[in-house]
Every structure is written in structure tokens, then in C-alpha cells.
Design a protein around this ligand. Sequence first.
Ligand code: URA
Length: 311
Amino acid sequence: MAVGTDAWGELLELARDLRAELDDHARSAAGLPEGPAPELPPPPPMVSAGGGRGAAARREGGPPAAAPRRPEPRPAPDPASIPGIHPAGLAAAPARPPSPVPHRSPRSAAERGEVLRAIREDLGDCQRCRLASGRTTLVFSDGSPDAKVMFVGEAPGADEDRRGVPFVGAAGQMLTDIIENVLRIPREEVYIANVVKCRPPGNRDPGADEVETCGPFLMRQIEAVEPLILVALGRFAVQTLLRSQAPISRMRGRFHRFGAGISLMPTYHPAYLLRNPADKRLVFEDMVMVRGEYERLTGTTLPPVRSRRGG
Ligand code: URA
């Protein structure tokens, strides 16, 4: 991630503060009886998971109240009205007691891959909406069917449309840096998809009808992969997945429960960060929380955050 050396030191300090806080959460969770994790609220509809913003943010007088300098004005369509998107998130969210560790079916990576291939086949040479006429390539996904972390963006841009792979342009490079240097997970081990699979002309926001048509395919992808953690990138993905019109500035920095127990972290879109580099700090905070949640849920330890100098 293109962060200056001083800024990086500051970010690493933030990371340590947040790690300490997450460790506290994990310790108290370990002592609880069967029931929702303390930072996750009761079942859907999806609501804030109430996790703190971290000691560093509090040191500065609490979470930043300011909205992004370039607010993204148009609200996303209400996914409640989207067929295939269950009000509770995942259409097939089973009725079972909530667990601190989301249930994941025992399907193998190969089986998940098969399901994803079938979804891609269903899409075929999709002509279901008007985006078809302007696209070069339908952009389905990138990454591992067995991913524990899934990223959801808005729609392919010009580079993605040309190459048929999500997040491969400048914003994609930024996302790859975040995944590989902050989360310290190889990009090929996460799963990446978009709310809509075809590039909107001129990179306009996808329309409500386009989300209505394409949204169910994203939901099927989420059901196939069953990630432990979803990262929603940017206002459009956040508002679509969480059925909320709230600004990202109010949603990010804490986990929201998605469907049957996926931890969803809203954060700014990498393209937004290219225009507003000062806000990389906020995304860094969010990703440190994702690291903590990943470690809590998988019982593994990720390598330390990598500084730009290769530390
Ligand atoms: N922006 C997105 O939201 N998705 C992509 O795949 C590329 C850019």
C-alpha cells in the first residue's frame, strides 16, 4: 500500500492498539457459553456488531465524524427488494443457534469449485440486463473457492472488462497490496467478486434493475464459498449487502453480522483511496480488525503486517 514511512509507523502503532483490543474481545469470548460472540449481535436483519473502533481512534476523541471528503451521493438500490437476497442476508440461512464461529459446511474446495462453476455456467453469455450490450467480458470472480475471506466490490472497470478478472487495474493493485501486505494472505487464497458482473458504461453506478438481476448470482457465490469474513468495498457494496443507506463513515470500523453468521466489515473502496490517500489509515484500521477476526475464527496466527520496506 502506498503509505509514507512515517504514516506507516503510525499505522503499525494503530495495529498494535487494535490487536490488544481484539485480543481482549477474543479472551472474553472464550469464556462465554454457547451464544453469539460478544461483538456480534443477535440474528439478522443485519445490524452493527458493535465492535469498538480501537484505542487509537478513542485517543483521538472517538471515531472520525467526518464523512469522506468526496461523499458518494447516490444511494444503492434497496436489496430488500432483490429477489434471491433474503432479508436476512443469505437466502438459505439455516435456522440454528448462533455460534461464535460461523458454521461452515464440510464441503471440500473441489465441491465449492463445482458449485461456482455451475453458477458461472448459469450466467453463460448473460443477456439478462442492458449491461450486456456494453461489456467486453463478463467478470465472474477471482481467487479460491475455499477462501475464508471474501471481498465484494461494485462492478468491473475498464481493465477488468478487458481481462475478465475483478480488481486488476489501479484499484486492484491497491486491493492486492491491502490483502497481501496488511492481511498477509496471498491474493489467490481469498475470493473476490462484484455486485454486478458487467462493466456499466462510463463506470456509472449499476442501476437498481441491474442489481436486481445480478444480485442473486453474488448471493449464490457467497453461499458456495461460505467465507468466514466478508469485506464490502465501497458504498455500493456496503449498502447492497447490508441493506442500509447509512454512509460508510458510520458503518466501517466494526463488524456487522451477515446472514447466518458471517462477519462483514464495510470499508472504503480502493478507488476511493486512490483519490483520498489520507483515508488509507481508516482502511488499515478495518483490515487490522479483519486480521483479528480471521485469527479468532480460524485459530491461526497471520504473519505480521508487512511494511513497505519489506519488514
Ligand atoms: N472496482 C470494482 O468495484 N470492482 C472491480 O472489479 C474493479 C474496480
